[in-house]
Design a protein around this ligand. Structure first.
Ligand code: C2E
Ligand code: CA
Ligand code: CA
Ligand code: CA
Length: 286
C-alpha cells in the first residue's frame, strides 16, 4: 500500500512539476512576447436577436507561443495580471480593437452593420491603474473613433464591493459615452440592488444561463430566472447580451425571453477580422 501511495505521489509530483515548469516558462516568456508581436486578437460577432444583424464583436486575445502554439487567454491572462504585463497588454488589445472598429465602420458605411461596436475585456488590474481613462481617450482620438463605438467589459466579481474610487474611472468613461458591460453576470454573488450604483449599461448573462436553455422547452424555473433578470435589467435601462449560444433553439428561447444581443458558436466562433466582414456583409445583402 505504501509503494502504491508512493507511486501516486510521484505521478502527482511529476504533473505538478510539469505545470510549474510551463507556468514558469510562460511567465519568463511573457514580458518579451508583447515586444515580439506574439499576441493576436480574434473577434467574435455580437448579433441582434431581433433581426439577426451583426452589431459588434468582442475582442479575445491569444498568444502564438513559439513552442507551445496558440494559447488561450485562460493560460496567460492570470500570469499577465500577476506580473503586471496586463496593463501594457490590455492597452495593446484596446488599441488594436479600436483600430479594427474604425476599419469596419468605414467598410460598412451605409449598411445595417455600420454602427458596429467593439467590446474589449478589462482586467481588474487595469481598473485600478491610473492611466485607464487617459489611455482610452487617447486611443479613441488617435483612431478617430467615437466613444459610443466602444464597450468595456468588466466582470461582476471585479466590482463586488467596489468603492467609489474604483468606480470613478468607469463613471468618467460612461459619461463620455463608452458603454460598460457587466461580464459573466450571474456567476458570482449577484447583488441585484447594487446594479443601480454601477455605471453599467449592458448585462452580459453568463453562459451557464444559456446552457440551461438547451432543452426545449427549458426548465420552467430557469426560464423564470432569466425572465426576471431581463425584466429587471430593462427596467433599469440596461441591455441584455447572452453569451455561449450554441444552438438555434437557445437563440429562439432567449429571444422570446427578451434578450437583446447574443454571442456564441451558433453564429460564429472567434476568428480573424475578415470572418466578420463575411458575416456582416452577408446580412447587409438583401
Ligand atoms: P469571456 O469574456 O467570458 O469570453 C467569452 C469566452 O467564451 C471566450 O473564451 C469565447 O471564445 C468563449 N465562447 C464564445 N462562444 C462560445 C460558445 O458558444 N460556447 C462556448 N463553450 N464558449 C464560447 P476565450 O476566448 O477562451 O476567453 C476566455 C476569457 O479570457 C474571456 O472570457 C475573458 O475573461 C478573458 N479574456 C479574453 N481576452 C481578454 C483580454 O484582452 N483582456 C482580458 N483582461 N481578458 C481577456
Ligand atoms: Ca467578456
Ligand atoms: Ca463573459
Ligand atoms: Ca465567461
Amino acid at each position: 500500500a505504501k509503494s502504491a501511495g508512493g507511486n501516486r505521489f510521484e505521478v502527482a509530483d511529476a504533473e505538478a512539476d510539469a505545470r510549474a515548469i510551463t507556468r514558469h516558462g510562460l511567465t519568463t516568456a511573457l514580458p518579451t512576447a508583447l515586444e515580439r508581436g506574439e499576441f493576436f486578437i480574434e473577434y467574435q460577432p455580437l448579433v441582434h436577436l431581433g433581426d439577426g444583424s451583426v452589431r459588434g464583436a468582442e475582442a479575445l486575445v491569444r498568444w502564438l507561443h513559439p513552442q507551445h502554439g496558440v494559447l488561450g487567454p485562460d493560460r496567460f491572462i492570470p500570469l499577465a495580471e500577476h506580473t503586471g504585463l496586463i496593463v501594457p497588454l490590455g492597452r495593446w488589445v484596446l488599441e488594436q480593437s479600436v483600430r479594427q472598429a474604425r476599419d469596419w465602420r468605414e467598410r460598412y458605411a451605409g449598411t445595417p452593420s455600420a454602427p458596429l461596436r467593439i467590446n474589449v475585456n478589462l482586467s481588474p488590474c487595469q481598473l485600478t491603474h491610473p492611466g485607464l481613462v487617459q489611455d482610452t481617450v487617447e486611443i479613441l482620438q488617435a483612431e478617430g473613433v467615437a466613444p459610443d463605438a466602444l464597450c468595456l467589459e468588466v466582470t461582476e466579481s471585479a466590482l463586488i464591493g467596489a468603492d467609489d474610487d474604483l468606480l470613478k474611472p468607469l463613471r468618467r468613461l460612461a459619461e463620455m459615452g463608452v458603454d460598460i458591460a457587466l461580464d459573466d453576470f450571474g456567476t458570482g454573488y449577484s447583488n441585484l440592488a447594487n446594479l443601480r450604483r454601477l455605471p453599467v449599461s449592458i448585462l452580459k448573462l453568463d453562459r451557464s444561463f444559456t446552457q440551461s436553455m438547451q432543452q426545449f422547452p427549458a426548465d420552467p424555473v430557469d426560464l423564470k430566472i432569466v425572465e426576471g433578470i431581463v425584466s429587471l435589467a430593462h427596467s433599469l435601462d440596461l441591455a441584455v447580451t447572452v453569451e455561449g449560444v450554441e444552438t438555434g433553439a437557445q437563440a429562439e428561447q432567449l429571444r422570446i425571453l427578451g434578450c437583446d444581443t447574443a454571442q456564441g458558436w451558433y453564429y460564429a466562433r472567434p476568428g480573424p477580422p475578415e470572418r466578420l466582414h463575411e458575416l456582416a456583409l452577408a446580412d447587409a445583402t438583401p
